[in-house]
Design a protein around this ligand. Structure first.
Ligand code: TYD
Length: 242
């Protein structure tokens, strides 16, 4: 397996073609960014922690019937994955109100959301990722109603599986973002990553933050300890590779 051409240099991951045209190599770099990429720091081993955490979560989801793009993790920071045509929607699921929701709407921080909120944002940095709705998605030709329904159903299933998975590790899954894409046969699969970069994770006992929010708040020296804590709690000893 060999990295060939860089096809997408994202903010924290680089995607390469490989010998097999239906597959890609995703390299998780050690960069951490906030505010549309305005602030960027390098965090030691962050790429590997995120790749291993994301791989574990994708495997748990596969065991529960959610198809993902994951094939293998040949190196701690390198994922081999099915090539997808990504859908430019960030699907956000919220179990507890916080962040932009409480800044934009009259709802108190910490309010439990039952049922959870499913929100879709347009993944387009140049427009600052505006929130979408079904008719905007269809007007822009981003997805059909049938596809919107599939994304919603899959996001809620992922939420159900991961809420329980994290609870078993003493972690509250407050909210998270997922991205999907289509494989060569047109099937919609979970892609990208699920890691502390795109989730709010709170310790069940102390409610301490265990995710990228620490970095957004300028607590740069605490953020890797939080990622390592998540890693230690969800990766069994015999699966630890870092
Ligand atoms: P949100 O409250 O919308 O973000 P913020 O407070 O930064 O405005 O975020 C909800 C969850 O989705 C949170 O766990 C972070 C994740 N998320 C991303 O990973 N990327 C994004 O671009 C957005 C908007 C959210």
């Amino acid at each position: 397996m060999e990295k060939k051409e860089l096809i997408n240099g994202g903010k924290v991951k680089s995607v390469f073609t490989t010998d097999n045209e239906d597959q890609v190599i995703i390299e998780f770099r050690d960069d951490m960014t906030a505010g549309d990429g305005e602030r960027k720091e390098v965090m030691n081993n962050k790429g590997a922690y995120n790749a291993v955490i994301s791989t574990k979560i994708f495997r748990v989801l596969e065991e529960n019937g959610v198809e993902t793009q994951l094939i293998d993790l040949p190196q701690p920071n390198v994922m081999l994955a099915k090539k997808l045509e990504m859908i430019p929607i960030e699907v956000i699921v919220r179990n507890i109100a916080t962040g932009s929701l409480v800044r934009k709407y009259p709802i108190a921080d910490g309010t439990k959301l039952e049922p959870p909120i499913v929100q879709m944002d347009f993944k387009a940095d140049e427009y600052h990722d505006p929130m979408l709705n079904d008719s905007i998605i269809k007007a822009l030709g981003i997805a059909t109603q049938e596809e919107i329904d599939i994304l919603t159903e899959k996001a809620l299933k992922i939420n159900e599986v991961l809420t329980e998975f994290f609870a078993d590790a003493g972690i509250i899954l407050v909210d998270f973002k997922v991205e999907f894409g289509k494989d060569k046969d047109g099937n919609i699969l979970l892609g990208d990553e699920i890691s502390p970069d795109g989730c709010r994770l709170w310790d069940s006992e102390t409610l301490d933050m265990l995710d990228k929010e620490l970095f957004r708040k300028g607590k740069d020296n605490e953020v890797m300890d939080a990622y390592v804590e998540v890693y230690n709690r969800i990766i069994p000893d015999d699966e630890k590779v870092i």
